[in-house]
Ligand binder design. Structure first.
Ligand code: CUA
Length: 345
């Protein structure tokens, strides 16, 4: 039966989730019982000992030693239970098994990048084998982010210049949402990723090929990359401004640059902007600090160019029939090294 989760908690998709949930439920219901008891007696005694006439005088109260002791001892016991129970869950959630499969995670404004042991990288999609422990070794290139997979009950900050780790073992194949839970800037709320848990065979195949799908037409590949590579966190496709310039509306135009020059928004410019974002920054976006994507394949770059052209009505029947983008737009697009990064002022 599929685990749908409860009112309070999402499905328990990892092997350690039940420990966290059990403790959460204990604290929740202990708190509810204490709250109900305290509230009940508060209201009851307020009513019972209300002033009945102007002549009422309070009686002398002699405290009961046992009653006094009980509200020292019982809460102390409860707190100790929570401490030891929590410590046990903390240790089992915090220390990965020796045979865990290691994947590196880098948080950047505003995307999650994953690197597998063979060098394959992906952005936004974290493929993992189901039924095996996976350890994530995380860091950040800019600010503090926080990697959170609610269904696995794991969360940890990704901090610049240091490594933090989490681990999990996924119980069932499927897709699970990843969130950033540290306020890291403008597009914090859109810093999503997905865990895609697949069986070992499919996982091996994915890691080997890097997930490149050669059967997709270029614009569709670009459209897929738009969300997969988290371009959508900073670039809209409807012309509205976000952190970066929109992909709609400026194709083929000459645009003013931050350093005072101009650049035509064509395939060469687009590819350079992806691989070396700091080389030619469009005026007004000096502080947007886009991360570089040096690991995209030629076909992936061509796909993004094709998608942008299609958005702007520049992708014709012939382009589609030819499959690949015309030679003059992409073939010569391996970017030259940037002279000097444009200093952000
Ligand atoms: Cu990264 Cu919030």
């Amino acid at each position: 039966m599929e685990d749908k989760g409860t009112f309070w908690l999402p499905p328990q998709a990892s092997t350690t989730a039940h420990e966290i949930d059990a403790l959460f439920n204990f604290i929740l219901w202990a708190s509810v019982i204490v709250l109900a008891g305290v509230t009940f007696y508060m209201v009851y005694y307020a009513w019972k000992y209300r002033r009945r006439s102007h002549a009422d005088r309070p009686v002398d109260v002699h405290p009961s030693k046992w009653l006094e002791l009980s509200w020292v001892v019982i809460p102390s016991l409860l707190v100790l239970v929570v401490f030891f129970w929590g410590f046990k869950a903390f240790v089992s959630a915090g220390i990965a098994p020796d045979n865990a499969y290691e994947i590196r995670v880098v948080g950047k404004k505003w995307l999650w990048e994953f690197e597998y042991p063979n060098g394959t990288t992906s952005v936004g999609d974290l493929y993992v084998p189901v039924g095996e422990p996976v350890e994530l070794v995380m860091t950040s290139t800019d600010v503090i982010h926080s990697f959170f997979i609610p269904a696995f009950r794991v969360k940890h900050d990704a901090v610049p210049n240091r490594y933090s780790t989490i681990w999990f073992e996924v119980k069932e194949q499927g897709e699970y949402q990843v969130l950033c839970t540290e306020y890291c800037g403008t597009s914090h709320s859109e810093m999503y990723a997905k865990v895609i848990a697949v069986d070992r065979g499919e996982f091996n195949e994915w890691v080997r090929t890097g997930g490149d799908d050669t059967s997709l037409p270029l614009p569709r590949l670009g459209e897929e990359l738009y969300t997969q590579q988290a371009c959508n966190a900073c670039h809209s496709i409807d012309g509205s401004p976000k952190v970066g310039p929109s992909w709609l509306g400026t194709w083929g135009e000459e645009r003013p640059l931050a350093d005072g020059g101009t650049a035509v928004m064509d395939a060469n410019y687009t590819v350079e902007a992806i691989v070396q974002p700091q080389a030619k920054i469009v005026a007004g976006y000096e502080n947007a600090a886009m991360p570089a994507y040096p690991n995209l394949s030629e076909r992936q770059l061509a796909g993004i160019v094709a998608y942008i052209r299609e958005l702007n009505g520049d992708w014709t029947e012939e382009d589609a029939a030819g499959g690949e983008a015309p030679a003059d737009s992409v073939a010569a697009a391996s970017p030259e090294p940037a002279a000097e990064p444009v200093p952000a002022e």
